[in-house]
Design a protein around this ligand. Sequence first.
Ligand code: ATP
Ligand code: MG
Length: 389
Amino acid sequence: MNEIILIKNGEIALKGQNRRVFEDALMKTLRRRLAPLGEVEVSVAQSTITVQPQGEAFDFEEAVNRVSKVFGILRFSRACIARKELGDICEKAAEYLAEPLRRAATFKVECKRADKTFPLKSPELARELGGYLLSRFHHLKVDVHNPDVLVVAEVRDQYAFIHGNQLPGAGGLPSGTAGKAAVLISGGIDSPVAAYMMVRRGIGLTGVHFASPPYTGPRAEQKVRDLLAVVAGYAGRMPLFIVPFTEIQEAIDAQCPNELFTVIMRRFMMRCAQAIARKEGCKALITGESVGQVASQTLDAIVCTDAVCEMPVFRPLIGTDKEEIVQFSRKIGTFETSVLPYEDCCTVFTPRHPRTRPQPALVEQAEQALDVEGLTARAVAGARLEWIK
Ligand code: ATP
Ligand code: MG
């Protein structure tokens, strides 16, 4: 049976004159994500986006899976196509929705007639279709307030579309409609989840990863690519900058008090990420920090780190527990990769007793032993750009 996907815009329908912008972004994302599955037409009319396969080869099940991951879609339906005749609409509805109707106790029919030349008005069509379904499924009862299955028939220009209950979409806002931010991405559990959360709100991503060869190896870098590839499943393709961090870490290790190593290192991460973010047109940074989780994430450490940031730092996980973050990472599909045991640059020089309440003045004084600008500039200049799909 010919199937299509119908998307009624949830939150984005509320955005007044921005609606066109959101719809266009959503359709662009849909086309990009569905194109690899075969020929498909994505069009919009009356704030409903229609995804219509053009030919048999199209992988419809995978299309449903991909649509369920596209942000900016609150709910969607898979629908079948019928000819614009009462007989065909009734038969197709009974066949297409046989399984949910068999399992249901109650149902309701709703009809919409976009083509006003169709001979039956919406209430008449609903009555006819409802009567037909009752004659085919004897156990069913009509419940107009809280039906188990809502059967919808929409008579459009060329065809009628029939669908049952809607499926949940990913929510959020369409990719890239909220501007761009640079995510500091480690190989850990937290930062991929943080990236996902900002993508869900329409933020476009640039990845920044710090690597310290030979202390960290190629497998740690691959882990980051793999994690971002999962995030790209929601966000679309994105640039990743791999920043050489060895010189900075060795300099801090050699010249600064050991207990301040972590906070100074994190300030360098922010400086480098910010420089890359500016060049890439990003307006904010994103990290996976959660307050108090580790020594570098105490309130005082965060204050010290933020002191070198001139752009806002988004920390969407700041008030979450590790357990909640783990659940989230399982849900979005990053957990298994995140727990692979490869060394991250953060764990290489970690002091045994990091200062949990660093004072900005002491940190600034310690940094005077370093060529902060030169180290930052060299790391940024040495960054390697890759594209994650
Ligand atoms: P994660 O699970 O994201 O690694 P974490 O709990 O291990 O977080 P830290 O390692 O202290 O915490 O890092 C805090 C944040 O700093 C990370 O969420 C990430 O945004 C950033 N970060 C840490 N290491 C790197 C790195 N090697 N490259 C880029 N960003 C990093
Ligand atoms: Mg980490």
